[in-house]
Design a protein around this ligand. Structure first.
Ligand SMILES: *[C@@H]1O[C@H](CO)[C@@H](O)[C@H](O)[C@H]1NC(C)=O
Length: 424
């Protein structure tokens, strides 16, 4: 997502099912999505991350580590559940570790099989723990002149060293002059900061700074003036992405911070003042439904499934209860862009229960179901047909791919009429 052309369009189409019409709603809505307001998507405003120390080492950043002495990559044998060695000439999955940030300079390393690197009783490195504790927490010390040269201090206070290709241990004492021949010196290669979402920004700033940074952002990024502008220019609705933590405001679980609920309350007031509707869209669900920045994920794994249904329905219930009787409520979207692989049945189960939760509080609100990104439309259409007042949300990215590269605005719009219309 890093190289989005600036004037590109994500075409979001809301299809209202034809057999149903909601009285008193001025359809169709002409709406815009207020992305990056209450759920951070870093590519829209990268500078929000500028104040984070070690801002290239956010949660989910993927790193590969090479012993400078042995010139070998560290590897979690078998992808995890086994020893960590220093014997690989090249790096791919088993040699790539995802960071979990503990604070500015302490991290956990999550391996391919999702275990965490830690110390065993003899101070050898293993990747066997499924949840990080002190033994799985490491302090990264960067060389000032060459910040990708590092030393790694374990919870026992000693430094990791690659004694040999098969002995990687946390038992090196003392200082360094950063010579390549020092077995306690490693090089971070191919540092890929893949994610800049709400988890990354809140945990990156940490509990002392994040509340201020986020509150300033919420206060300034969207204001009533924007609703006036949109309304004067013919828009009739906004779609507002929210995260699951909004239901726990003002004290959401760490690292998320409170305050987004008050911002959403304001949006409803402003919408009403300017004759607009609000579509509340649950963008980020616990466990993550697609691994993207805007799903609130920590490290990019998609883990939403059956065990999260109850909690996710509770978030919808919370939103429907709070806004169900507001005249400016246009609809509630149950989950943005699910991409759950074979877990389609969990999604259907969830959609059914979340639909019921909305209807408990509102007969009128549209209930919006996002078509799974990785499944065809036909099966989904027949599923949705059994509900009342449901809208299908399909996303056509009129941006990625070579055919869009040289299009002007009119050509891009024509593409929608000529190429997309028949799908719809
Ligand atoms: C960061 O976390 C580590 C491990 O829990 C702890 O030892 C260290 O004191 C923390 N540093 C700061 C600055 O909070």
């Amino acid at each position: 997502m890093g190289s989005l052309p600036y004037f590109s369009v994500l075409l979001v189409l809301f299809l209202c099912s034809s057999y149903f019409f909601v009285d008193g709603q001025n359809l169709p809505f002409k709406a815009v999505n207020l992305g990056n307001w209450l759920v951070t998507e870093g590519w829209m405003k990268p500078s929000l991350f500028d104040g984070i120390i070690n801002k290239d080492l956010l949660d989910g950043t993927q790193v590969q580590l090479k012993s400078t002495k042995l010139r070998k990559f560290l590897v979690a044998e078998n992808g995890g559940g086994d020893n960590v060695l220093a014997n690989r000439d090249s790096a791919s999955g088993w040699e790539t570790f995802r960071l979990w940030r503990v604070n500015d300079s302490s991290f956990n390393f999550r391996v391919f099989g999702k275990q965490f690197i830690g110390l065993d009783a003899s101070k050898k490195l293993v990747a066997t723990s499924n949840s990080p504790t002190n033994r799985e927490t490491f302090h990264i010390i960067r060389n000032r002149g060459d910040p990708f040269k590092i030393r790694i201090q374990a919870s026992n206070g000693l430094f990791l060293q690659a004694q040999s290709e098969t002995v990687l241990s946390a038992d090196y004492q003392g200082s360094t002059n950063w010579e390549d021949s020092d077995p306690s010196v490693f090089r971070m290669e191919s540092v890929k900061t893949m994610l800049r979402g709400e988890y990354q920004i809140t945990n990156g700033y940490g509990p002392d700074k994040a509340p201020r940074v986020l509150q300033d952002h919420w206060n300034t990024y969207i204001a009533e003036e924007d609703f006036r502008f949109m309304s004067e220019n013919g828009l009739t609705a906004v779609r507002i992405p929210v995260g699951w933590w909004i239901a726990h405001d003002p004290n959401p679980p760490k690292p998320f911070v409170g305050g987004s609920l008050a911002a959403l309350d304001n949006a409803f007031t402003w919408a009403q003042n300017h004759g607009m509707k609000v579509i509340v869209d649950l963008h980020a669900v616990q466990g993550s439904q697609n691994g993207n920045d805007h799903s609130g994920t920590r490290d990019g794994y998609t883990e939403w499934g059956d065990s999260y249904i109850t909690d996710t329905v509770a978030v919808i219930d919370f939103l429907a209860e709070r806004y169900g009787n507001k005249p400016s409520l246009g609809g509630i979207e149950l989950m943005n862009e699910p991409k759950l692989g074979p877990n389609l049945d969990s999604l259907k189960k969830y959609y059914q229960k979340a639909y019921d939760a909305v209807r408990k509080h509102s007969e009128m609100a549209h209930v919006i179901m996002s078509k799974p990104l990785d499944h065809g439309s036909k099966e989904f259409l027949s599923f949705v047909g059994s509900f009342n007042g449901v809208v299908i949300d399909v996303h056509y990215y009129n941006v990625f791919g070579n055919q869009f590269k040289n299009m002007n605005v009119q050509q891009n719009i024509d593409y929608i009429y000529n190429q997309r219309a028949s799908d719809l």
